[in-house]
Design a binder for this molecule. Sequence first.
Ligand code: AMP
Length: 326
Amino acid sequence: MKTQEMQIIFDKIKEYDRIIIFRHFRPDGDAIGSTKGLQRILKLTYPEKEIYIQNCDSSDYLAFLGGEDEPIADELYADALAIVIDTGDTKRVSNQKFSLCREVAVIDHHIQTSPYGDYRWVIEEKSSSCEMIAEFYDAFRDELKIDTEAATYIYTGMVTDSGRFRFRSVSGETLRLAGVMLDLGVDTDRLYAELYLEEYDYLKFKAYVYENMKMTENGVAYIYVDRAMQERFSLTQEKASAVVSCLDSIRGSIIWLAFIDNDDGTTRVRLRSRFVTVNELAERYHGGGHDCAAGATVYSPDEMAALLSEADALIKEYKENNEGWL
Ligand code: AMP
């Protein structure tokens, strides 16, 4: 459905000759898919416009989606429209130069702790920012051009951010829009191979994780990937962080966490849950996020223990007051 917010952003896209697209740091499939998907659509539709993606970090895991643009001169920002996608607050934007742009449009599905930007199309209930880019395309399909490449970027983000269309944020509309993308010729055999195939050594690491994971009294499953473990298995930060998904299918463990040591001595926490929500817990530990997928940072072993005990108390309370959880 075409909304006023979408129309305003579309009008801004038409107005500007130069558009620079941004995403959050530590990109996931949705951040990369949505930005590259929108860039491709805009390049196809407006070959005369300059459309850049400018970020300061990258992702090995998503290298199959191809790279982003080389840095452009700072002067080029001043008369450009910034479109920041999939990023809930300004601190998380990968390239802070987005603020040099004349105007900033935001397209996002994260819970907004501190809203920013001149024009905002934000729907927290959407399963992914890629779903929103698909919806944007669909709403203006009489004017916008798309191809298999753009559809593949967008479909990849829809698939990855929704847990393969599994999370509760997935609606009939999500699937309809995924269908629109699929029909543009997405090669799903190749895509799922890219997403699922793992190196032999990484499987060895996973075996280690299952040997060493722990469980609190009421069912918080967790693993601590300290520096030693990262070195022993030659893990990048990204690979180490992916470990949280190893713990996602334990019956009765409705919250699961991974603690991953950062290079700077702090510890990143990735929180996941089903039924019960964890974003408020994450907010109490310098973080935030979605109901059932959030991130935080702890600065000491004491803080780590405190977070774990709060997570345990959350499960206890939930299990005492609710039925039907699995
Ligand atoms: P992650 O475990 O890093 O993938 O985080 C899951 C979700 O939580 C992401 O989609 C982010 O929106 C959010 N998130 C992660 N870390 C933070 C943070 N430090 N502050 C606010 N939100 C965060």
